[in-house]
Design a binder for this molecule. Sequence first.
Ligand SMILES: Cc1cc2nc3c(=O)[nH]c(=O)nc-3n(C[C@H](O)[C@H](O)[C@H](O)COP(=O)(O)OP(=O)(O)OC[C@H]3O[C@@H](n4cnc5c(N)ncnc54)[C@H](O)[C@@H]3O)c2cc1C
Length: 420
Amino acid sequence: MSADEKMIWDVGIIGAGASGLAAAVLCGREKLKTLLLEGEASAGAKILISGGGHCNITHREVTEKDYGSEAPRKVRHVLKAFSPEETAAFFESLGVPLVAGEGGKIFPSPSSGRAVVEAFLKEIRPLGVRIETKKKVGSVVFRAGLFLIKGRDFEYFSKTVVLCTGGLSYPSTGSDGTGYEIAKAFGHHLISLTPALTPFLTTDPDCKNLSGVTLSVCLSLWAGGKKASESRGDFLFTHSGFSGPVVLDISRHWIRRRTEGRAEVKADFLPRIKEADFRLQMIQACRKTPAKTLKKFLSVFLPERLAGMLLEKRGIDGNLILNQLGREAREAVLKALFHFPLPVNGASGYDKAEATAGGVDLDEVDSATLESKFQKGLFFAGEILDADGRIGGFNLQWAWAGANVASAGVLRRLRERETD
Ligand SMILES: Cc1cc2nc3c(=O)[nH]c(=O)nc-3n(C[C@H](O)[C@H](O)[C@H](O)COP(=O)(O)OP(=O)(O)OC[C@H]3O[C@@H](n4cnc5c(N)ncnc54)[C@H](O)[C@@H]3O)c2cc1C
């Protein structure tokens, strides 16, 4: 048994991803005897690939509406405890200033996930935090007032534990769901798990042929005849289906609705124009430029290949001149442009998902501390909990906020232990 294994740690943090690294810094700064265990050979693998390597670290404005969860009020409680401004101050304290990007996104400067991970590691070492890699935790049990954290060839004792093991997304970064099993062993229930922020798949050859075409769209999800959700943003046709932020954002809703029954995604390819206004424009164009082909008229608004495909699907000849366009054909064109049923046949799995929807039920943790309601001293932070954000820095903000709330909870619990 090594000296570390004989020691009783104040806090054992399991998982050195976004939330685990932040929690380690915060606990280290409080001079807690902090042990950070990581199953992989190095820390922060997911931070490195976040935002395509640029690490979209948070967002200018963050509310519970930016997240999917069964417990939105609990999400709000956690987010309120640690704002994006506090995130900025935290990273400033690590020597990583934040800068605004487009659409409210916030990035580190330099905009690199590596700079973020290096800043964490640089801060952690002098604080005396013990970071151990290649230590995959298999179980955690509470015995005689202490947590016993066990892996294949190690065991550690600690007074408190923070589970920061992430979800199931991108398992190549080390998050393989073992944390859920540890939570379940303490009696926790999971809100059903599905991939989130993942591309759609199609078998439609016409759509696949458009691979590489990008544009801004509005996608709406329809279930049981009602619009269940809507998302706007950049859209990309790929060789296997559809991607881009707007697709990733709506994917969690589609996947979850699909398990309940039929769910359909409709695309509005002209989200900046109202359908009624476009109808009027078409009627005027028919009068003013009757010899113009439909194809030519649409080319001002849409990529030509896309317009061609949409017309073909509706059986409308793009070479028709506007003069020949009757009311019925005009309405069919409008339907194709504004209410196109996207032929989604599936969604990519966890290997391509940027987040996991579902997780440890937030109603089973104290939202003021993220401590388990079933086991004193056991805390959670990050993706393991039932909250998944949309594209824009919301998932990392959830990780930073959770780490902050849980670390403060750990400190409080340890103080209470001392006075017991
Ligand atoms: C490709 C991609 C791009 C993304 N881009 C962004 C972005 O730009 N902005 C944004 O806000 N979010 C982004 N995200 C999401 C964001 O990275 C995650 O939400 C966030 O990293 C989750 O933090 P976490 O600490 O909960 O889990 P993770 O960062 O996944 O960390 C979990 C850690 O726990 C370790 N672990 C797991 N089980 C064990 C165990 N049993 N024992 C020991 N260690 C264990 C894992 O190896 C891992 O290191 C992206 C995700 C992906 C996949």
